[in-house]
Design a protein around this ligand. Structure first.
Ligand SMILES: C[S@@+](CC[C@H](N)C(=O)[O-])C[C@H]1O[C@@H](n2cnc3c(N)ncnc32)[C@H](O)[C@@H]1O
Length: 981
């Protein structure tokens, strides 16, 4: 292999990798990458860039990009097994790195690995200590050995993420092996990236992401040493991308300077708020949180009713609000009571609003009054909905007298002023009802805002932007009558954030803090009584991806403002970074590697929801933000599905293909939704002049997210190359080519699996990989053609369709998918038999095979159900738990799912075989069972061998998990073999 010696001489280094396939085209250890990805996601706020703006949803894990870039640059050699080994070493995923990634001390090790403990622990003293006679390396080697007994995902619970170690810590000792294998002379990842770039592209690799969002993808590529181009249409995305490089990625010294300045400014902001005297009481205590609720007049009783869904304020401290009727003024006093007993706490959980209806003590009515009635909802003849809420005007910042919905401060959480003075890190707090002085302070705030709002708006210190109707934005307009973005902020919110914005106009690195403040200080910021260990706490607006209005909301005081400048630090050395605002199709410079995560289908409406922040930031931005267009540009944002989505995606990817070096590579990440999105994507790439070369499937969702959603999602990583020449062909020939390519691909991967299994006792590819790679192989053939049967495929991909129309592209894509599925024959079955089975039968037998290998995830079931086109498979499932989904065994299926219309179908031979096994297990006479099979299976004699094979398969697959069933299957199998007919 050629060796790169001196990078200064880059131009004389032969391009030894110019035409070499990349590792990511051939092999990629998805199971380990999935596990590492999930570990990063689980770190939530511990993730490197999340602190800059947790409101940005759908951040792509950094480790995923690292794995893409490295495997795009590394070549796939004759020795794929060694390639993967080297890749894993560089990713910090190889066995030997676990000794270094282990965080805890000897006591934890002793607990986790009792069998290995005396190898590394000194038991002589009272406290457990590492043995002093071992070198660091030797100790780590022994710790690694203990880890090797654990499955990969379990190891990760006990170690740091690779990026939490310095590169020196993680990769020391690997460079000789790496350089030897790759022909490089690197001593760090950026050096390696540069050298591989020179060998492949003749330069340090140029990397682009034209849908950069929060900047996760380009940030990691830059950290690895690529020259980076990042662009996005949305100014908030650009600001976050900028912040990732210039704040988190800043050098240590630059960062220290920035932090000092920012701390000083934030302290000033906090001081300014404090000096207004609106957050302190007479004894010097400071308000931490103000709790407000909507109040409305009950049409039956004429009482003003505070509207909340629960009167519990703090669960742990047993604080509740209690309504005391004031019959004279037709309103309620709200008592704030602490340390109530369990019964009172439980009773207080019932608020005045239940399932959209209002109940209150004076009403004495079990039906209540509907909120819709209070709001005066009605529809016109055309079915359009209206209500009687007054539309707020630009001057409004709180309800006017006479508005249907009023607003009321009902509780304050105070921080002990003495504790603050003493600098206690955890000062004591308590809840109280507002006093007359508190009401005065409320009025003072309103007064300040009332007098100054117009001036603030004119100076760009507060929003004055109108809300435009939209999927998310219509909701607050309809439910509250709000018309301008500043209506989403209470007077206290406006006062606080405007002070911050006033300073941010001079400091670009305070811009992220303004968005963090807006996310935390809004009428859409919720109070949750069980948060913060049960004490109660506030939840930011974008804890989900909508603009939900609230009955009761919380304002955090200025005390916490300083936290808004605390970001992590991960300096990036020597990368060149270009950040541009603009549409993806506007790319102008040639790039070598693209990794993108495009918008698609029903994902987040970034354009609409970011207007919440744009409204704050758009006026008077400091350089470099003053070069950007501070508008969400809804009309240019790619979203949705259908024709216009496809056309703009083809435009975008067409431009990227055009601006990609000839041997460049694209990796597109998109979250799996259904086969249709996948095939739309395939067609888009086809229409863009790209050829699909590979598709990997990574499970990206974490456990907690799974629990919430109850379903599992993963991400496709589609690898694409430029389609180089014009190729024409005919369907009937292409069909054969597809078949051959799929078979070759799947056999190659199974071969590599066997090789790895023999060498390291692990498989590199799981079934989903084989499935996706099979699809990709079919698409590789398909997307290489520019013309099929004389039809121009690029134009065909773009052609608008009639509803329900199936085009040639659809048919061929579908054929490609089905062909791939035909090759996914489970271990232990004949391909000829497999081809005879229907989708549900294939699904059941395939999943039986997967279950044999260990716990199966629900997304595997979902993927295969889609692959085999099984619509409803609930009847076949014993459990649909996300991480341990299971089929019903033959015994559990019993006599169910036999009827016409069940997924198996009426004459299903698999179903009949399972029924036979069930009957034997319940000790029916063997002869009776055989007789039934003979009767129920048409053409029994010809089908007998198939039946026997299926039964033998069930016996083998259930041997360890369901021994009773396996034994019944063996009895039945022998009976069929020896029956006399
Ligand atoms: C799925 S997000 C990318 C998320 C990103 N990978 C991350 O980790 O945060 C898609 C991005 O595409 C941007 N976008 C939508 N239409 C666009 C267009 N026509 N050109 C460029 N960017 C666009 C959106 O603003 C959004 O930031």
């Amino acid at each position: 292999m050629m060796t790169v010696t001196a990078l200064e001489n880059a131009e004389i280094v032969p391009f030894s990798l110019k035409d070499a396939p990349s590792l990511i085209e051939k092999a990629w250890p998805t199971a380990k990458i999935s596990a590492e990805t999930q570990k990063e996601r689980k770190a939530v706020h511990g993730q490197t860039l999340t602190g800059l703006g947790s409101y940005w949803k759908g951040r792509k894990p950094l480790i995923l990009t690292r794995a893409c870039v490295l495997a795009a640059l590394m070549p796939a050699t004759e020795d794929l097994e060694r390639d993967v080994e080297i890749f894993e070493k560089l990713m910090g995923m190889a066995d030997e790195t676990f000794g270094r990634r282990f965080i805890d001390g000897p006591a934890a090790f002793n607990r986790l690995f009792p069998d290995h403990a005396n190898q590394v622990i000194d038991y002589s003293g009272r406290a457990l200590r590492w043995r002093g006679d071992l070198s660091d390396q030797e100790r780590q080697r022994r710790i690694t050995k203990a880890f090797m007994d654990l499955p990969y995902a379990e190891r990760l619970d006990k170690v740091r993420r690779p990026e939490e170690l310095t590169e020196q810590e993680l990769l020391s000792g690997v460079w000789d092996e790496v350089n030897d294998h790759l022909g490089t002379c690197a001593k760090s990842v950026p050096e390696l990236v540069e050298q591989l770039g020179v060998m492949r592209f003749g330069r340090r690799p140029k990397f682009a992401d034209t849908f950069s969002g929060s900047g996760q993808i380009p940030f990691e590529a830059a950290r690895m040493g690529c020259d980076v181009y990042a662009s996005d249409l949305n100014p908030i995305a650009c600001m976050l991308t900028w912040s990732s490089f210039n704040i988190v990625g800043a050098s240590r010294s630059e960062r220290a300077r920035m932090d000092r300045e920012r701390d000083a400014v934030l302290a000033e902001v906090e001081g300014e708020i404090a000096a207004l005297g609106v957050e302190h009481d007479e004894s010097g205590n400071r308000a931490k949180v103000y709790l407000y609720c909507i109040e409305a007049k009950c049409p039956r009783t004429g009482f003003m009713v505070p509207l909340v869904s629960s009167w519990v304020i703090s669960k742990k401290r047993r604080v509740i609000g209690e309504l005391i009727p004031d019959h004279v003024n037709k309103r309620y006093e709200i008592l704030i009571r602490s340390h109530v007993d369990e019964d009172e706490l439980a009773a207080a959980n019932l608020g005045t609003v239940r399932s959209g209806r209002i109940f209150h003590p004076v009403l004495e009515d079990e039906i209540g009054v509907s909120i819709k009635e209070m709001r005066g909802d009605f529809s016109d003849e055309a079915g359009k909905n209206y209500n009687l809420l007054r539309r707020w005007t630009k001057e409004d910042f709180c309800p006017r007298g006479g508005d249907i919905f009023q607003e009321r401060l009902y509780a304050i959480q105070w921080i002990n002023g003495g504790d603050i003075k003493k600098g206690k890190s955890n000062p004591s707090t308590w809840f109280a009802a507002p006093t007359a002085q508190d009401d005065d302070r409320e009025n003072l705030v309103k007064d300040i805002v009332g007098k100054n709002l117009a001036a603030w708006q004119a100076a760009g210190f507060a929003p004055d932007m109108e809300i435009e109707k939209g999927y998310n934005t219509s909701q607050p307009m309809r439910e509250r009558g709000w018309t301008h973005w500043h209506h989403m902020f209470s007077p206290r919110d406006l006062l606080l954030i405007h002070i911050l914005k006033k300073h941010a106009i001079l400091h670009p690195d305070l811009y992220p803090a303004v968005c963090i403040a807006a996310n935390n200080h809004s009428r859409l910021a919720r109070w949750t009584f069980s948060q913060s260990g049960g004490d109660g706490g506030t939840k930011a607006v974008f804890s989900n991806q909508a603009l939900n209005t609230l009955l009761n909301f919380a304002h955090r005081g200025g005390y916490g403002v300083r936290e808004y400048g605390v970001f992590s630090s991960a300096p990036i050395s020597r990368a060149s970074v270009v950040i541009k605002q603009g549409v993806a199709q506007g790319i102008e410079e040639e790039q070598d590697i693209f990794v993108t995560d495009p918008p698609y289908a029903d994902a987040v409406n970034y354009d609409e929801i970011t207007e919440f922040f744009i409204a704050w930031l758009r006026k008077n931005p400091p350089p470099p933000f003053d070069e950007w267009f501070w508008d969400s540009r809804r009309s240019l944002a790619i979203k949705g599905e259908g024709q216009s989505f496809k056309a703009s995606m083809i435009d975008a990817y067409g431009a990227m293909a055009e601006h990609m070096s000839d041997n460049g590579l694209q990796i597109v990440q998109f979250t799996h939704q259904d086969a249709k999105t996948w095939s739309d994507m395939a067609q888009i790439f086809w229409g863009s002049g790209l050829q699909v070369v590979q598709d990997w499937y990574v499970s990206t969702e974490t456990m907690t997210e799974l629990k919430k959603g109850g379903y599992v999602q993963g991400t496709h990583m589609i690898v694409l190359r430029k389609r180089r020449d014009e190729q024409s062909g005919y369907q009937d020939e292409i069909v054969h080519e597809i078949r051959d390519e799929v078979e070759r691909q799947i056999k190659e991967m199974i071969g590599l699996n066997d090789q790895m299994d023999a060498a390291r006792g692990e498989n590199i590819f799981n079934d989903a990989d084989l499935q996706m790679a099979g699809y990709a192989a079919a698409l590789r053939i398909l997307t290489a053609y520019t013309k099929i049967d004389g039809i121009d495929m690029t134009r065909e991909a773009l052609r608008p369709r009639k509803k329900g129309e199936k085009t040639l592209v659809d048919e061929l894509t579908e054929f490609a998918v089905q062909t791939a599925n035909e090759f996914l024959v489970p271990d232990g079955l004949d391909r000829a038999l497999w081809l005879e089975l229907n989708g549900a039968e294939r699904f059941y037998l395939k999943m039986t095979d997967i279950e044999e290998a260990g716990e199966a995830k629900l997304d595997q079931f979902q993927n295969f159900a889609k692959a085999f086109r099984v619509g409803d498979y609930d009847d076949m499932m014993a459990s649909k738990s996300p991480n341990n989904a299971r089929l019903k065994t033959a015994i559990k299926l019993g006599k169910t799912s036999m009827a016409e219309g069940s997924p198996f179908g009426r004459d299903s031979i698999v179903r009949l075989a399972l029924r036979g096994v069930w009957r034997i297990a319940k000790e029916d006479e063997v002869d009776d069972v055989l007789e039934e099979l003979r009767e129920m299976i048409p053409d029994y004699l010809r089908k007998r061998d198939t039946l026997r094979q299926i039964i033998a398969y069930v016996a083998a697959k259930r041997e360890h998990t369901e021994p009773d069933e396996a034994s019944a299957a063996r009895i039945l199998g022998t009976a069929i073999q020896t029956e006399r007919i």
